[in-house]
Design a binder for this molecule. Structure first.
Ligand code: PMP
Length: 338
């Protein structure tokens, strides 16, 4: 018999998938962790679990307490679901620009969702500042009643990826991994996996695939935070160095435009049956660039962060894509005629 006690046991241990198209194109083994298969539908279930276990261990969560977080959505969904399974309330602050599908998914969990304007981090109205202030107000009224998860600067996020995602990649490839690449939002995935792999194989290459509009690739390449352009992807890119990203062992970084990444997300669905979101398209684009940089015969790993159904109204909407100047494949135009 093999019986798991609750939702947390279903997080992580995701299959490592061979990406047929990217492998054929590059002559490398291009592999991806299927993080969309987590119970909350994204890689951020791992982050949510890592942060919450750390808080519980440190005595920061009391029975029936309230989890408070600022999130582009996926971390909130993870926290709300794990919270439900453990008897916690969840309050989520989120920029109002995020996809309707993610906002609805959060509301469905019973979490309290507070939408705030999408403003830069230095603005006091940024969703992370709202979340911190709300937790402080709850604790002022009832000490110990709330915990601010703080995914961007709480390094329990990175540590959990180091202990789980990174170790799984090492074991599932039998140590054959030559390079790992992904985008960064908090930076927890990139830094955690990077640390796990470099500790086991110092020559492994760690690369950042950064969406347009983010300052991180320019920072890695020149030491200066500078952003240009924009992207329809959600949950990735940053205008600052978070505590999780700080010191991440990154060897290479590229800015990936939407007209490179979105077609790869479309192809993955049409040719290989995987319906993934925009950040996964950025990651596959990064994996192809890393494969080309290392040359044929190498093993490259990335992550499929979440499902495309979470962005259907944008990523699979011909009118929306045309408006953004992103190519629309013929099959998609036929499926949703104007
Ligand atoms: N992809 C998606 C869809 C996300 O929601 C996030 C997290 N916001 C990421 C990628 C980036 O992961 P990380 O925070 O570990 O950098």
């Amino acid at each position: 018999m093999s019986i798991q006690p609750d939702l947390s046991a279903a997080i992580g241990h995701t299959p490592l998938l061979r990406l047929r198209g990217a492998s054929a194109l590059t002559g490398c083994e291009v592999l991806a962790k299927t993080e969309l298969l987590n119970p909350g539908g994204s890689i951020k279930d791992r982050t949510a679990l890592g942060l919450l276990l750390d808080a519980e261990q440190r005595g920061l969560m009391r029975a029936g307490g309230t989890i408070v977080e600022g999130t582009a959505g996926n971390t909130g969904i993870g926290l709300a679901l794990i919270g439900a399974s453990r008897g916690y309330r969840t309050v989520i602050f989120m920029p109002e620009t995020q996809s309707r599908e993610k906002i609805d998914a959060l509301r469905m969990t019973g979490a309290e969702v507070r939408l705030v304007p999408a403003v830069p981090y230095k603005n006091p109205n940024h969703y992370a500042h709202h979340a911190r202030a709300h937790a402080e107000a709850l604790n002022a009224a009832d000490p110990g009643s709330a915990w601010f998860a703080n995914q961007f600067d709480n390094t329990a996020n990175r540590d959990w990826h180091e202990a789980t995602t990174g170790v799984e990649i090492w074991e599932q490839t039998g140590g054959a991994v030559d390079g790992f690449v992904c985008a960064a939002g908090t930076g927890g995935t990139l830094a955690g996996v990077g640390r796990a792999l470099k500790a086991r194989k110092p020559g492994v290459k760690i690369a950042l695939a950064d969406p347009a509009g983010s300052a991180l690739a320019h920072f890695v390449n020149s030491g200066e935070l500078l952003a240009s352009g924009n992207s329809i992807s959600e949950g990735i890119g940053s205008s600052r160095i978070t505590a999780n990203f700080e010191g991440a062992p990154v060897d290479l970084a590229w800015t990936i435009p939407d007209d490179e990444s979105v077609p790869l997300a479309h192809q993955l669905l049409h040719d290989e049956g995987w319906c993934v979101g925009g950040s996964s398209g950025v990651n596959v684009a990064g994996a192809i660039r890393l494969a080309r940089a290392l040359g044929p015969g190498h093993t490259i790993v990335t992550v499929l962060c979440d499902a495309g159904s979470r962005y259907q109204a944008k990523l699979f909407n011909p009118a929306f894509l045309r408006d953004k100047g992103i190519p629309v494949p013929a099959w998609l135009a036929r499926a949703f005629p104007a």
